[in-house]
Design a protein around this ligand. Sequence first.
Ligand SMILES: Cc1cc2nc3c(=O)[nH]c(=O)nc-3n(C[C@H](O)[C@H](O)[C@H](O)COP(=O)(O)OP(=O)(O)OC[C@H]3O[C@@H](n4cnc5c(N)ncnc54)[C@H](O)[C@@H]3O)c2cc1C
Length: 417
Amino acid sequence: MRYSGFRVLAEGLRGQRGWAPVWRDPEPKPEYDVVIIGGGGHGLSTAYYLAKTHGITNVAVLEKGYLGGGNVGRNTTIVRANYFLPGNQEFYSHSLKLWEGLEQELNYNAMVSQRGIIGLCHSDGQRDALARRGNAILAQGDDAELLDRKGVERLLPFLDFDNHRFPVYGGLLQRRGGTARHDAVAWGYARGADRRGVDLIQRCEVTGIDIEGGVVRGVQTSRGGIRAKKVAIVVAGRSSQVAAMAGMRLPIESHVLQAFVSEGLKPVIDNVISFGMGHFYISQSDKGGLVFGGDLDFYASYAARGNLPMAEHVMEAAMSLMPMIGEARVLRSWGGIMDMTPDGSPIIDKTATEGLYLNCGWCYGGFKAVPASGDALAHLIATDRPHEAATKFRLDRFATGRGLMDEEGTGAQHNLH
Ligand SMILES: Cc1cc2nc3c(=O)[nH]c(=O)nc-3n(C[C@H](O)[C@H](O)[C@H](O)COP(=O)(O)OP(=O)(O)OC[C@H]3O[C@@H](n4cnc5c(N)ncnc54)[C@H](O)[C@@H]3O)c2cc1C
């Protein structure tokens, strides 16, 4: 079923009786060409591009819970391509271009909103660093504008510009950055993959990976064994656990990251704002809630619920930046399990086991990567060669030390990436 304005009108007149389920609920088949473990944003987009770009449709996505129940449905929805280092730059640039055509391509309203993202600076040194980043972004072919204090004032008059500790000096604006409705992105890719014949199998936990003579043969699941010629591990915060089923020890730590939403307010924040003196970012959802988040909880954990010290830290950053937020009530908070690499950049690579692929290490920023990540992993699975936008996301950089991409320049400290 194609969605359109006409369809909405027609269904309105017919009592909404014509809508069909958005995807099937198939039983797992005994064998697939490709099995993707994990029905988050990256697993679903990989399945979609395998089918669409490479014509590989005998594919199953195995999800232990429900589609979109992981980080893809828990994030603060920020989309941007303002990276500094080669490797990250071309990848996120590619991703942003895919975002721009996504809704038409998927025939699904993912509420992609290019409302602009502003990263603030609070010292001369930070302003220099932002100028350098902006130049790198322009050289890559994406958009960046360096704003002075007045330029920021015009867009965000409610900030505490003269805060004693963190006065606002200016910011770097990327107008093409913004937000997207996170779970709709998962649903849109799921629908697109299902329409092309991919089996999306929910409540199917992978409990083992079958390997014979260094070659992957399939997976064991809570719904029985499934044979597969190729298997991709795309499970974000659970990457270490699932890779251990194949005898691998990954350079990944899992940490909880919290997010918060306020009660619904009239439109007040038009852009996405990123604080320069700590990890704090905020935007306003279309329903009116202020959506914001900060740092990891600072210790490795698989708990999908955060702790109060970090909640307090985030609220303090919010109050330093925009004291008016103290008038709003926080409606709820939640957590997601982040797959943190030592350099803060991701991995899309083959493993030492033939036919076994890995996609992980998305740290704080994997939502914006969903389109390009799926495109790149599908390319790797189909051709056994890395996609041109993802050649640097190699697993062996953590063993050799060559090609590390420490985007934030903070070293191997997970909380700082
Ligand atoms: C609070 C928060 C805020 C964030 N904000 C942003 C942001 O603003 N912008 C941005 O770019 N990124 C953001 N991120 C990061 C982003 O959400 C993640 O990097 C990205 O969603 C991870 O990839 P995914 O969608 O595939 O993960 P997930 O949605 O977590 O998918 C992985 C799936 O694998 C499944 N799985 C795990 N183990 C198994 C198994 N054994 N068998 C079968 N299935 C299994 C899980 O159930 C899960 O559904 C944020 C994350 C959090 C938690």
